[in-house]
Design a protein around this ligand. Structure first.
Ligand code: ADP
Ligand code: MG
Ligand code: ZN
Length: 486
């Protein structure tokens, strides 16, 4: 069999999280009654005039800069003409020959290397409406609330060489976009959508092969699986001497296969022409500069800084930096209590476990999601300090954290209310130790005959009897003394 190389390029649509639509003042809020958020402009009625939302331009420039792109100072829109029931004007306002940003790159960690993957362009456009196919009434309904929602489409170069690389590109891109705070990047809500283009070519060949465009990809995992399926399908065709045709294929999640949808249109089918209702204009260099000053530290810079300043492992830092809010929270905590490693362990262990557990149901704004009261740097470090100084045991500390997040009380309040303070006083522990020794005579014999490791079992029993309140170190000492000195 010949050796084949996989070639992948991705098109990502990001829905911007502006309050209002791209060319009118309608709200972009998700989940409202169908067609309740429309006006003559986004419905494309004759005689109406679109006006560009300044926030959209700002976000698009931000995205371009974060992706190391050149920014076009000429802002120009074009009409992309096609008919579809969810597109009331029968054209989409997009950018054709002057995308707001072009020729950039994104550094992506993949396997053991960091690859510089090219960004072809990023442009602004409006979203279409939504068709709802309702089998109950054997009809299709249309909701125009989404019509005119601002999008930025980010097109990559065909630089990826495996489905895994495409997956890593997507995760990295999403993380960078989340840091910019321009979109909630939620695939489930459709605010991040991805089409994947893939072709194969014989190893050593420099010409690109014929590509298939894959659609209906509803998760990053689906992108990877669909690409894997498609690469195998194309290799099989090539091996049997059949021609690969340029087409759009749909991913069928339940069957885990791609199905041909249509032969792919070419750009000239859309009859692009300049949007006459939006006059082209220039953005000032000064304005672009100003946007640049608002860019946050990028996740990769933050990663390097965390490793250097806080002496944490790459793994620890990777987890912290996965979420901008979590990493900011970490730094606030370090200001309160200068023990980076301890704080990191409490965040990536118990705190993230709590946050990720289903019933807390947090998606994006992870520190202040529904059903959870966010800790502050002060309340969180207070808890850690109480464990460190022995006021409570580690185990009790974790359950106090659960109560803190559930009920928004401080650790001091919960410890007092539930009488959880660790007991280190020998007098108070005397009785427990005596009972445990009396109940476990076999183990006691083992310890006496030299198997000191069995003490741990007795400590465990004592902890159980005190619901974790006994100071385990103290208990261990007392048991040892009692058994071996008797
Ligand atoms: P189209 O006009 O069909 O949308 P574009 O040239 O705009 O095609 O490219 C769309 C995406 O497809 C880009 O991300 C690009 O990198 C990728 N792409 C283009 N040609 C190929 C190819 N032969 N194999 C894989 N990906 C490709
Ligand atoms: Mg395209
Ligand atoms: Zn409107």
């Amino acid at each position: 069999m010949k050796q084949y190389e996989t070639v992948i390029g991705l098109e990502v649509h990001l829905q911007l999280s502006t309050q209002t639509k791209i060319f009118c003042g309608c709200s972009t809020e998700f989940g409202k009654d169908p067609n309740s958020q429309t006006c003559p402009i986004c419905l494309g009625l004759p005689g109406t005039l679109p006006v560009l939302n300044k926030k959209v331009l700002e976000s698009a420039i931000k995205i371009g800069l974060a992706l190391n792109c050149k920014i076009n100072s000429l802002v120009k829109f074009d009409r992309k003409n096609y008919y579809y029931p969810d597109l009331p004007k029968a054209y989409q306002i997009s950018q054709y020959d002057f995308p707001i940003a072009h020729t950039g790159y994104l550094n992506v960690k993949t396997g053991d290397e960091t690859k510089k993957l090219g960004i072809t362009r990023a442009h602004m456009e409006e979203d279409a409406g939504k068709l709802i196919h309702d089998p109950a009434i054997k009809s299709s309904l249309v909701d125009y609330n989404r019509t005119g929602t601002p999008l930025v489409e980010i097109v990559s170069e065909p630089d990826m060489r495996s489905p895994q690389e495409a997956y890593d590109y997507l995760t990295t891109l999403k993380l960078h976009m989340q840091y910019l705070d321009v979109s909630d990047c939620d695939m489930e809500k459709g605010s991040l959508r991805c089409d994947a283009n893939v072709s194969i070519r014989e190893e050593g060949q420099t010409k690109l092969g014929t590509k298939a465009e894959l659609k209906n990809l509803n998760s990053f995992k689906a992108v990877k699986s669909a690409l894997e399926f498609e690469v195998a399908r194309q290799i099989k065709l090539a091996e049997s001497g059949e021609r690969i045709v340029q087409e759009t294929r749909l991913w069928d999640e339940s069957k885990q296969i791609t199905i041909s949808m249509r032969s792919k249109e070419e750009a000239h089918d859309y009859r692009y022409f300049p949007e006459p209702d939006l006059v082209p204009f220039m953005v000032e260099k000064e304005d672009i500069k100003n946007v640049r000053t608002t860019l946050p530290e990028s996740p990769s810079k933050k990663q390097d800084r965390f490793i250097k300043n806080y002496k944490l492992s790459t793994y620890d830092v990777d987890v912290l930096v996965q979420d901008r809010k979590i990493s900011d929270f970490f730094e606030e905590c370090v200001k309160e209590y200068n023990q980076p490693k301890k704080i990191c362990n409490w965040i990536i262990g118990p705190l993230l476990q709590e946050i990720n557990s289903n019933e807390k149901g947090i998606s994006n704004d992870r520190l202040s999601g529904i059903n959870l009261v966010a800790p502050t740097a002060k309340t969180f470090t207070d808890l850690i300090i109480k464990v460190e100084d022995g006021t409570i045991s580690n185990l009790v500390g974790k359950s106090v954290l659960t109560s803190m997040l559930d009920r928004g009380k401080t650790s001091a309040e919960i410890i007092k209310e539930q009488n959880l303070a660790q007991v280190s006083d020998e007098g108070a522990l005397e009785e427990i130790v005596a009972t445990v020794i009396a109940e476990n005579s076999k183990i006691v014999e083992q310890i006496k005959s030299g198997k000191e490791s069995a003490i741990g079992f007795l400590v465990g029993q004592s902890m159980k009897k005190t619901q974790g309140k006994a100071n385990p170190k103290k208990i261990g000492e007392m048991i040892k003394r009692r058994i071996l000195n008797d």
